[in-house]
Design a protein around this ligand. Structure first.
Ligand SMILES: [Zn+2]
Length: 396
């Protein structure tokens, strides 16, 4: 790959005609079209007049769970989280393809849609041990040219109710997981203190961040959120803790929402939402107004939890708009930020398309971010580290 690349004949999201210069896979800078001397040694790419947007960042995915790569497996019903956990463990024993093949197929699918980095939760329990983690760690090596992978050690079967899991979480982080996860301290483990003690002990001993799944609803869920925020402050983990789903934030009265959001903001605890189905969801704008960072991810993609999901984060941002009744351009831009700047910041990435940031971007034939969310174009050109890796939904 040449050291210098010039991406010409493109527009930024404000409609200005620009040239992007890339050096050693990083953004060197933008210049107004016609005002920059492109080095003779640079490779020139004609953007065809398309709009440049940041690469998409999936703040919550499960690379180890997906059944992509297999013939379609009908969904096994299960009304509660506990029943779905049991159904998944049953199914997992019979799946023919290893995580490396299924997760690899999913990475190739989403990289072709413009996803350049993901935070993947990986199941850790006393049956599967670290086997899923080992395979996702190997995917991080084999597929690093397509996607960056951050890994959360996720106790899907609980911690207290699956003795031995707490020790495995320490081992998972020592083996290469970047964060420690958790799951419904009340709803699954029936022991808020015990569950959070175990999770935050891993965070403290290994100096890693936390990202917990929280489906527990109403005032119980809000109480757990405040417990998480207080522990975050106590361990000086501000900015490094997230709670995924937090449905409860969508069903609190004014006073309970206010004090919970204020504490989350003070603790620097972020909230991940995927714009879930028929359940309450966190109110994106009210949280932002309270100073809480919200980011977005796909969550389950064709696995034991859902037959749906295609990993398309532009579509996902559109789903957030549907659920939040976002229609104005600035609201659509806010939804797009959830799958770019906000999720990227959670993964510790630089401001997208700023000088020195990875040259990870997409080109689309739309006039604005709002039009992109409305249109959800399938024809995208994807660049990773300055290299064109996909065209119109297919890797090149
Ligand atoms: Zn999840």
């Amino acid at each position: 790959m040449p050291a210098h690349i010039a991406v010409e004949n493109i527009r930024n999201h404000r409609g200005e005609r620009v040239t992007l210069l890339v050096r050693e896979g990083l953004v060197a800078g933008f210049a107004s079209e016609g005002t920059v001397d492109v080095p003779d040694t640079a490779e020139r790419f004609d953007g065809g007049g398309k709009m440049i947007l940041p690469g998409l960042v999936d703040g919550h995915i499960h690379l180890d769970k997906t059944l992509i790569g297999l013939p379609f497996i009908p969904h096994i019903p299960g009304e509660t989280v506990a029943k779905r956990i049991a159904a998944e463990r049953e199914l997992r024993r019979t799946v023919a393809l290893p995580v490396s093949a299924r997760g690899g197929a999913l990475i190739e699918k989403i990289a072709a849609l413009g996803t350049v980095a993901v935070r993947s939760h990986v199941d850790i329990d006393t049956e599967i041990g670290l086997k899923g983690l080992e395979q996702v760690l190997s995917l991080r090596e084999s597929h690093g040219h397509l996607i960056e992978i951050e890994i959360v050690a996720f106790p899907q079967s609980g911690i207290i109710r699956d003795p031995g899991t707490a020790e495995l979480l320490h081992e998972a982080v020592a083996a290469g997981a970047d964060l420690v996860g958790g799951l419904d301290p009340a709803g699954i483990d029936k022991d808020i203190e015990g569950h959070l003690n175990a999770v935050f002990a891993v965070a403290e001993r290994h100096n890693v961040g936390v990202d917990l799944h929280l489906h527990d609803g109403g005032t119980l869920g809000a109480f757990e959120l405040r417990q998480i925020a207080e522990r975050t402050i106590a361990l000086s983990l501000q900015g490094r803790v997230a709670v995924s789903h937090a449905f409860c934030l969508g069903e609190l009265d004014e006073a309970d929402f206010g004090r919970t959001a204020a504490l989350l903001a003070r603790a620097g605890v972020s909230i991940m939402t995927n714009g879930p189905g028929p359940v309450p969801m966190p109110p994106v704008k009210r949280l932002a107004e309270a100073g809480v960072r919200v980011f977005c991810g796909s969550d389950n993609i064709r696995d034991a939890w859902s037959p749906f999901g295609n990993g398309d984060l532009i579509e996902r941002a559109g789903i957030i708009c549907d659920r939040q009744d976002f229609r104005a351009d600035d609201d659509l831009e806010r939804a797009f930020e959830l799958v770019t700047e906000a999720s990227g910041a959670m993964l510790g990435r630089a401001d997208p398309l700023s000088p020195g940031a990875p040259a990870d971007f997409i080109l689309v034939d739309c006039g604005s971010i709002a039009e992109t969310l409305a249109e959800r174009p399938v024809r995208r050109t994807v660049f990773k580290a300055g290299r064109r890796i996909a065209e119109a939904g297919r890797l090149v």
